[in-house]
Ligand binder design. Sequence first.
Ligand code: EPU
Length: 418
Amino acid sequence: MDKIVIQGGARLDGEIEVSGAKNASLPILAATLLSSEPQTLLGIPKLMDVTTTQKLLQRMGAKITEQDGTCSVQVGTVENCEASYDLVKTMRASILVLGPLVARCGEAHVSLPGGCAIGARPIQLHLTALEKMGAEIKIEHGMIHAKAGKLKGAKIYFELPTVTGTENLMMAATLAEGTTTIENAACEPEIVDLAQFLNACGARINGAGTDRITIQGVASLKGASYRVMPDRIEAGTFMIAAAITKGDLVIRHGRSEHLVSVIDKLRGAGATISEEKDLLRVKGGAIHAVDVKTLPYPGFPTDMQAQMMALMSISDGLSVITETIFENRFNHVAELRRMGAQIRLEGNHAVIKGVPKLSGAPVMASDLRASASLILAGLVAQGETEVLRIYHLDRGYERIEEKLSKVGATIRRVKGSA
Ligand code: EPU
């Protein structure tokens, strides 16, 4: 397994580019199952989770080619409507094939995702909503078996605004008979991106980005060419990299409209941020303590909580970070403590007493965003930090060590270590 080694203390300066969004690419790739025509996708990042999704699609009969950043996908016929445990266990987002498969083939067999490091992560809301659309669902031997003649439009109310649940239902409803409404839908920008792709293929979706989405079913979807949105969490991670190193970064493809809550908190924490179209500039200064609570979009993203905690660990005061989305998303705390951070956990609150400096140490990544938080801490810690188990990082950040080293970080990947 590879590890990342960082010599802390360098101030980051220069221009850094954000890749296409992981959490938009995964549902958009899954959505290619809905049509027999060729799809051209631009800006799909090179990430482990993308490779896993492509493998999943290929097993179902997709022909996929990649050239110069363009991913072409065609699922002429679905040869196999099963997503087996060997792939699902490595990536929970595999559940995103459920809706498209039932809609296109009338059946799907998808391994039930288990819990993961950050929480139990049930998918009951996806299943009951599909049942409302006429699917018969059974869970046997760890597999979800879904069957339906033709799905029927339905009124869906989500008890919680689930992101992949909203995406699964939206995809299923594009080919259903009649109109589906999703109330209390998740509003994340990745849902808007998926809806725009589907509409480019001929779907009739309205209201994506609000809590009420309406989908009028159509008989079939055609091919389209579509560029996925930039990754707002990668952009947010780079914003914190600038703030924590008291650097000055121009973040290309940083979309301020997707990062309103993050920008607000970072300004409160002392960063100077200017916003332009498709670009953000972040200059770090004295780091002030701010309280943060994670919430569904447009609230502060749970996917930025760990990175914000790294920043708060060297603030000038006491801050409280409250996690409200996932029940176990504080795995980075013990590792940040090994680097000298003073953090106390009280239920879903982390109380962080800023210290003047962190000290480099070997640390273990436990999930994707926790890995990013340890990299950020390593950038500012005195001495050397080794981040182990970085396969988590490779699931969601494209060439992060290359990008950070180009703007001045002393960071390298060491191949094949523990
Ligand atoms: N929930 C239920 N029942 C369900 C579905 C969800 O109780 O049937 C709960 C979850 O347990 C959680 C809350 O609803 O407490 C929100 O979960 P959601 O379903 O929205 O999460 P998700 O769709 O599984 C996506 C992202 C995550 C991100 C969350 C929240 C993708 C592929 N994944 O997950 O991204 O943290 O939304 O914004 O889009 C990451 O990229 O690191 C990541 C974990």
